[in-house]
Ligand binder design. Structure first.
Ligand code: LMR
Length: 397
């Protein structure tokens, strides 16, 4: 069977990590995959996670299956985090939330659910977007189209163009939005821009699908849910794919959730029943460990406080690296105004480096950047930043 089948291309992000791992050069720097690194270049297990795991190890009595939708306590904790504990969505009981294997799994479960009922609508993604959005919604069977988002000249959001595109979205189409820390650009909507989009979505009847993978990496856990609150207030039917990969560092525990927000509790239970069918026919039920850890942290005041502190340290370190990069590029005499890097939010920045610069950095300096010039600021440290800035200076000539 396989003699005539060509290999698939490597993944544009995770494939780069495979290349990086093979690289023997001790000076190599990975600015590719969106994984947090500390000042020593490690991706640590958070202290709150270690503490929760210790308790779990002692107290856990079974490894039997979770329910198809995961642990109800996990779903409740996720809802408090993404809607806020006093959120109307929670008091009205109008959302169905289930544990999904990571943010990617959440997006895919949501995509499969929507495709079951509206296979002929289009999915709108931002230009540009996380490459895997195309893969996920395409594989689920949807036709994908783009809406204007990033203006590479102003290096900012093209709000007017985006709204003009949104005016053309027909009722029932699905619009994927990055709730905060846009991947790959680091450029977010702010304040009343979100209000306008949510109002338009409700008026037009399209289905917003919020990708909420970086809660806490923008301005803070509470601040970052602003977009979710706007869609809830506008009364839209919408979905939220959330993840604990980044904010709890639970990357390999595949700990995410898909929430389907409906008009009332009856509709939410219908949505839940169909979510369960999607899961049962795919992976049956979710992996338990990460969800148990996240629930314990969120539901235990001391661990919750420890988590918020650790998260704020991660966020601050990235902000400091943004500043250091701008200063470092200027110190190396790299032409251009790079102050936009400091304005962007989250792990990523669209550096503006051309594909030639990206290739030169990889070949000549063992610095790995995703095609298109997306850099993960968390890959920078006070130790490697000068090396990186000097390499950029020489690659940009
Ligand atoms: C990224 O964009 O680097 C992360 O979301 C990891 C991934 O799965 O691509």
């Amino acid at each position: 069977m396989w003699k005539s089948i060509q290999p698939a291309p490597p993944d544009s992000i995770l494939g780069l990590t495979e290349e990086f791992k093979k690289d023997q050069n001790p000076q190599k720097v990975n600015l590719g995959v969106g994984v947090y690194k500390d000042e020593a270049g490690n991706t640590p297990v958070l202290r709150c996670v270690k503490a929760a795991e210790k308790i779990l190890l002692e107290k856990q009595t079974t490894k039997s299956y979770l329910p198809i939708s995961g642990d109800p306590a996990y779903a409740a904790a996720v809802q408090r985090l993404i809607f806020g504990s006093d959120g109307e969505v929670i008091s009205s009981n109008r959302a169905a939330t289930i544990h999904a294997p990571g943010g990617t799994g959440a997006l895919r479960v949501g995509a499969d659910l929507l495709h079951k009922f509206t296979p002929n609508v289009k999915v709108w993604v931002s230009s540009p977007t996380w490459a895997n959005h195309n893969g996920i919604f395409g594989t689920a069977g949807f036709e994908i189209t783009q809406y204007a988002y990033y203006n590479s000249e102003s290096r900012d959001l093209d709000f007017d163009k985006m709204m003009a595109d949104f005016e053309t979205v027909p009722a029932g189409d699905i619009v994927v939005l990055h709730t905060c820390c846009h991947n790959p650009s680091g450029v977010d909507l702010v304040g009343e821009q979100w209000e306008k989009v949510a109002t338009l979505a409700a008026a037009k009847g399209w289905i917003p699908f919020l990708d909420f993978a970086y809660q806490g990496f923008g301005d803070g856990v509470d601040e970052d849910r602003f977009a979710v609150e706007q869609f809830a207030r506008a009364g839209c039917d919408f979905l939220v794919a959330s993840s604990f990969s980044k904010n709890f560092g639970l990357y390999n525990e595949r700990t995410g959730a898909i929430s389907v927000i409906t008009q009332n509790a009856d509709e939410a239970s219908v949505a839940l029943s169909h979510l369960k069918t999607v899961v049962r026919t795919n992976y049956s039920n979710p992996p338990a460990h990460g969800g148990l850890v996240a629930t314990m942290i969120l539901d235990t005041p001391e661990l919750h406080a420890m988590w918020l502190e650790e998260l704020s340290d991660m966020r601050d370190r990235i902000v400091n690296m943004r500043k250091a990069l701008v200063a470092g590029l200027a110190a190396q005499g790299v032409a251009g105004d790079f102050s936009f890097i400091e304005k962007q939010r989250g792990m990523f920045s669209f550096s503006g480096w051309s594909d030639e610069v990206v290739m030169s950095l990889r070949k000549n300096n063992n610095i790995y950047v995703v095609g298109g010039g997306r850099i993960n600021l968390a890959g920078l440290t006070t130790t490697n930043i000068e090396y990186v800035c000097a390499a950029v200076a020489s690659a940009m000539g």
